[in-house]
Design a protein around this ligand. Structure first.
Ligand code: C2G
Length: 148
């Protein structure tokens, strides 16, 4: 079909949505005409050993609100990717560089691309900052605010 949209497919948890996620989605959307995201379900994250701050519905809602994203669906298992690539007629499968080489077998179905991650930001890092700051001794104004 001559005018089939060039489809880019990616996956992720996207918890505590941050600038690293935005920059990746922006670069992925520039690779094609539509960007489709498999967002990890809460059950699948448990399998991945990840505990999210935000539930699936909220993470998917935020992704749908991102202007670089055209569609979002739940990622529920490691082995659904070949079926997703065929179902979505994806031309490109792409992930951040922390997954380099992990999904090369998908090159049997489409182009496989790994893009450099954004340094200096991650969900884990954000979580640690919040924990550190909430544990830090509060200043006078904060103590007053907390008592209010
Ligand atoms: N990412 C990035 N720069 C960062 C942090 C993340 O480019 N500073 C990218 C990751 O490389 C990934 C995407 O953002 O491609 C989403 O990252 P996570 O939410 O951490 O996703 P992850 O838990 O790695 O899930 O089946 C694959 C998994 O669903 C991937």
């Amino acid at each position: 079909m001559a005018n089939k949209p060039r489809t880019v497919l990616t996956y992720g948890t996207f918890d505590l949505f941050h600038v690293g996620h935005v920059r990746l989605l922006e670069r992925l959307s520039a690779l094609g005409d539509r960007l489709v995201v498999g967002c990890s379900s809460d059950e699948f994250n448990a399998i991945k050993g990840k505990t999210c701050v935000m539930p699936y519905e909220d993470r998917a809602t935020i992704l749908r609100a991102c202007r670089f994203v055209d569609d979002v669906f739940p990622e529920c298992s490691w082995d659904q990717k070949p079926l997703d690539v065929q179902r979505l007629e994806a031309d490109i499968f792409a992930m951040g560089s922390d997954w380099t080489g992990k999904f090369d077998e998908l090159s049997a179905y489409c182009e496989v691309v790994y893009l450099p991650r954004t340094d200096g930001v991650s969900t884990t890092k954000l979580k640690n900052i919040v924990v550190e700051r909430s544990a830090a001794p509060k200043g006078a104004s904060e103590r007053r605010a907390a008592r209010a």
